[in-house]
Design a protein around this ligand. Structure first.
Ligand SMILES: Nc1ncnc2c1ncn2[C@@H]1O[C@H](COP(=O)(O)OP(=O)(O)OP(=O)(O)O)[C@@H](O)[C@H]1O
Ligand SMILES: [Mg+2]
Length: 220
């Protein structure tokens, strides 16, 4: 079966792309038999750095892709073709930026699904709206279907939440019903090896998010 390719992406920096990707990847790694590759396309190399720090232990595979090389698009396609023959699932971590930036544009073209972390601040909501409004332009050049999912991240008590529902439907966005709160454990618990929690705790908000992720992305 062709592996699913899922990009964690948005215009806004610091919304939780890398955090969400790494929490989800660690849960996939520990709870399923899926062979997972993370392609780190962010020049900050956040995932790769933690992978290197933890390299004495068994983690999922991480490949850092350099978009500042000659013909990056061609090489990216080659890397993906090889990866698709070896892995069941491919996650892509992207830097913040415009949808027309090469790494974001080409990653979306290759993806089956996007996970868009959304923080409920006016600045984040405006940036996310701009990002989502431009998705149809990319879809014109996309040969395969794309699911676009929004995940509320760093949820707190702010009153901005009612504005988030306005995002649903823009660029095909479907909002997850399970948010992630603003919690210290999501800062401290980042690992390419260890799961953030045990799947036994059914009421744990991460587990509720993860169940929804697996259902929506057909990961069984
Ligand atoms: N749910 C959360 N609770 C608490 N802290 C969080 C949460 N999500 C993310 N953070 C923190 O917010 C900061 C930004 O998160 P992260 O690096 O994952 O965002 P990003 O979208 O990948 O950023 P960039 O655009 O720079 O790549 C980090 O310090 C991270 O630990
Ligand atoms: Mg990041």
């Amino acid at each position: 079966m062709t592996p699913k390719i899922i990009s964690f992406v948005t215009l806004k920096g610091g919304s939780g792309k890398t955090t969400l990707l790494m929490l989800t990847a660690a849960a996939i790694h520990n709870r399923t038999d899926k062979k997972l590759l993370v392609i780190d396309s962010d020049p900050q190399r956040s995932v790769k750095q933690i992978y290197v720090q933890e390299n004495n232990k068994s983690s999922y595979d991480v490949f850092a892709f350099n978009w500042n090389q000659p013909n990056p698009e061609e090489n990216f396609e080659k890397v993906l073709t090889i990866a698709q023959s070896k892995y069941d699932l491919i996650f892509m971590d992207l830097p913040p930026g415009r949808i027309t930036d090469a790494e974001i544009y080409h990653s979306i073209l290759q993806s089956d699904a996007l996970i868009v972390p959304i923080v409920a601040s006016v600045l984040d909501i405006n940036a996310t709206t701009t990002f989502l409004e431009n998705i149809p332009e990319v879809l014109k050049n996309k040969k395969t279907p794309l699911e676009v999912y929004g995940v509320i991240n760093k949820q707190d008590q702010s009153i901005e939440y009612k504005h988030l529902t306005k995002l649903a439907g823009i660029g095909g966005l479907q909002l997850f019903y399970s948010p992630l709160s603003n919690l210290v454990r999501y800062k401290r618990g980042i690992s390419t090896v260890n799961d953030i929690t045990s799947p036994e705790f059914k009421e744990d908000e991460f587990n509720m998010y993860f169940d929804e992720f697996c259902t929506k992305c057909f990961i069984v």
